[in-house]
Design a protein. Structure first.
Lengths: 116, 108
């Protein structure tokens, strides 16, 4: 049973370009979460998604960042017009649920974004 | 004020010894609590969930005190492979709030 998969593992972008980070949840998991870890800092929640729905995006920066989890295919975290401050490790996690109860979250290996 | 606060350490522990540390959380509405470990800023790995009644998984024991809003982790018979950063986590409706981590270094 494959774990959470993320790609690319490393991404280098120049200032002003777009970054697209992909996440495939564990088999049987229908909920996806994105977290960001800035250098020398802890993990911070960004967004929580179900298929075709954003459940909680309270941690997303107001501009340039968006996320989706379409009916088919991986979840995508998109950062437009990247700036140096976006350089970080972006981790995706997934879980399954039963009604309103979310279970433990399992993390993917992360995408290290470097903005030059 | 941070939602989850931890002593950053490092806790230097001789191999075979016991080490314990805890964290506090500020959101009394948090429903679930976990300990994760993170090695060299790789992905966090779930160590164990934490229940009010206390729970044990091998050499690891976790405890939750809702009245005082703190969570503890105890590691018995420390192994060199236990060296890592331990992340205390509070879950509010799927939104995990991470502490900054407690570094544990187990020495031979």
């Amino acid at each position: 049973n494959a774990g959470v998969m993320q790609n690319p593992r490393h991404l280098v972008r120049r200032r002003g370009q777009e970054a697209r980070l992909r996440c495939s949840p564990m088999k049987g998991h229908s909920h996806v979460y994105w977290y960001r870890q800035l250098p020398e800092e802890g993990l911070k929640f960004m967004v929580y998604l179900q298929k075709e729905n954003i459940i909680d995006e309270s941690g997303m920066p107001k501009e340039r960042f968006s996320a989706e989890f379409p009916k088919e295919g991986p979840s995508i975290l998109r950062i437009q017009q990247v700036v140096r401050g976006d350089s970080a490790a972006y981790f995706c996690a997934s879980s399954h649920t039963s009604g309103t109860v979310a279970y433990e979250q399992y993390f993917g290996p992360g995408t290290r974004l470097t903005v030059t | 004020r941070k939602e989850v606060e931890q002593d950053p350490g490092p806790f230097n522990v001789p191999e075979g010894a016991t080490v314990a540390f805890n964290c506090t959380y500020s959101n009394s509405a948090s429903q679930s609590f976990f300990w994760y470990r993170q090695d060299c800023r790789k992905e966090p790995k779930l160590l164990m969930s934490v229940y009010s009644s206390g729970n044990e998984d091998g050499r690891f024991t976790a405890q939750l005190n809702r009245a005082s809003q703190y969570i503890s982790l105890l590691i018995r018979d420390s192994k060199l492979s236990d060296s890592a950063t331990y992340l205390c986590v509070a879950d509010s409706w799927g939104k995990l709030q991470f502490g900054a981590g407690t570094q544990v270094v187990v020495t031979p």
